[in-house]
Design a protein around this ligand. Structure first.
Ligand SMILES: Cc1cc2nc3c(=O)[nH]c(=O)nc-3n(C[C@H](O)[C@H](O)[C@H](O)COP(=O)(O)O)c2cc1C
Length: 479
């Protein structure tokens, strides 16, 4: 399934009884977001369309990604199957393939890869007479937030040296009717483009789209290697080329199905305090200096809808997005770290704060090799704790993970602390902002080749025949 735009997705949700439409007046200051929060906490996870938001003519929609079911609708397939499909793309032809059939298969798979470029806005979109961010129902989520934040934007920039486009989701704090805080963290694509622009002494063009089709919003969050274009990624997954239109005042292209587009610039030499903001971690992330986005022009579709999301203490829709990313990227991570059997970025640990990985151990010191590979792979570099276990452990079962960690580890020997390294920007416990330490725990069975001189005990297992007989007997009493 491919949703043409946000509206198409909203109608689909309505048809599938997954949308509440609230006609009552709701305050974008704390109230609206708390309603979204309660719906997610209830586990019903319905999306909500707020038709009457105080202080704005524009409706707000939220909880667009909450729950695995929605993620599958948006992606059109199970995330893991998409990962396998992507992995298959780089498979060399095997003997059963004719070159023609393999070539045709690749052409089919890659058909959506290249976005379609348009030079002028469609008639459904128009440039507004003036920039006025006050017209938007930008929400304040938590009481100690530094102000209202745009929480579901797709921020588009270009690298000044290569021209490669990047689209990332970075929150935007509203400072006034024309300026926003640009929270791209130092390790992310937008920030890299800004650093290069600073070196080139260039002001950066930026376009922000608020409300495109949900797959494109997902692509902006996906940890794609730079310089892989996020719109190509959308096309690759959906099989349909994304329609992009050239910005009217910036040298940036953005999706033609956008509800609201902000065109403007970031001066790489300029910063301002951003935050606090109730973050994915369940804490308010502290105020820090971040760049400023000056909005110069606003483009809107007729009767736009404004999408929002909330993050905070578990569980929110970022968990569904994060888990979809984990499953989708696992087959691709295995290309680089083939010994990985399974990987679990733990949502309780805000994903990257604790990554558990199971491996088929083949040589002495293998677990440590895997830890360092994880720290060297894309956004897995943020993993604060990496726990490596053998492949007899189901790493999605917390009980088994704790059992392995506590029974296969001698702390002095098996814990590796990596001091003075980069950390995730949201890690408030690290020694400094963006800088601290990491822990790797080798919870695999120890080998004599690793200097382990004692005998490693067998795990208790019942013999097969007895299991069968006992189960058959009990079954008779369970009918
Ligand atoms: C709801 C939500 C909000 C996010 N906010 C930010 C943010 O403010 N700053 C940031 O650097 N990353 C944020 N992220 C994570 C990035 O979108 C993610 O790391 C993405 O891969 C970045 O793309 P890039 O690698 O092209 O920079 C957010 C993710 C989600 C799901």
């Amino acid at each position: 399934m491919v949703f043409e735009d946000l509206r198409d997705y909203i109608s689909f949700l309505e048809k599938n009884n997954d949308l509440i439409q609230i006609p009552d007046a709701v305050d974008p200051y704390l109230e609206l977001t708390y309603i979204l929060d309660r719906e997610e906490y209830s586990g019903r996870n319905r999306s909500i369309l707020f038709e009457n938001v105080k202080g704005s003519q524009i409706p707000v929609v939220g909880n667009l990604f909450s729950g695995d079911r929605k993620m599958e609708w948006i992606l059109g397939q199970k995330p893991y199957d998409i990962g396998m499909k992507l992995r298959n793309l780089i498979r060399p032809p095997d003997e059963s393939d004719s070159m023609i059939s393999r070539g045709l298969e690749l052409l089919r798979e890659l058909s959506g890869l290249r976005p379609k470029m348009h030079n002028s806005l469609p008639s459904s979109m128009k440039v507004l007479d003036k920039v006025d961010l006050d017209r938007y129902p930008i929400c304040t989520t938590w009481p100690k937030d530094g102000g209202p934040f745009v929480t579901l934007p797709v921020v588009i920039t270009k690298n000044p040296l290569t021209g490669a486009r990047n689209a990332g989701m970075y929150r935007l704090q509203k400072y006034d009717s024309e300026t926003l805080g640009m929270h791209w963290q130092i390790h992310k694509g937008g920030s890299q483009n800004m650093q290069d622009s600073r070196e080139e002494k260039k002001i950066m063009d930026v376009a922000v789209t608020i409300g495109t089709d949900p797959l494109t919003i997902f692509s902006a969050v996906a940890p794609l290697p730079d310089p892989f274009d996020e719109f190509s990624f959308t096309g690759l997954i959906s099989g349909n080329r994304v329609d992009l239109v050239k910005g009217s005042s910036v040298d940036i292209e953005y999706p033609m199905n956008s509800e609201i587009v902000l065109e403007g610039y970031v001066d790489p030499t300029e910063t301002r305090i951003e935050g606090p903001f109730g973050d994915h971690t369940g804490y308010y992330s502290l105020e820090e200096e971040f760049p400023i986005f000056h909005v110069k022009r606003v483009i809107e579709r007729k009767n736009p809808v404004y999408p929002t999301t909330i993050v905070g203490k578990l569980w929110h829709e970022d968990v569904a997005i994060g888990k979809a990313i984990e499953r989708m990227f696992l087959p691709l991570i295995r290309l680089q770290i083939p010994e990985i059997v399974d990987l679990n970025t733990m949502e309780e640990a805000v994903f990257h704060n604790m990554v558990v990985v199971s491996i088929k151990k083949r040589y002495p010191g293998h677990a440590r090799k895997v830890m360092f590979s994880i720290w060297g792979t894309g956004q897995l570099m943020f993993s604060k704790f990496v726990l490596v276990v053998d492949d007899d452990i189901n790493i999605h079962d917390r009980k088994q993970v704790i059992w392995a960690m506590t029974t296969r580890v001698d702390p002095a020997r098996d814990i590796t602390i990596v001091p003075r390294t980069q950390t995730d920007a949201l890690d408030h416990a690290s020694e400094m902002f963006n800088f601290g330490s990491k822990v790797g725990i080798d919870a695999t069975r120890k080998w004599k080749e690793e200097g382990f001189t004692r005998r490693w005990p067998d795990v208790m297992e019942m013999e097969g025949e007895i299991v069968k007989r006992a189960e058959a007997l009990l079954d008779r009493f369970n009918k």
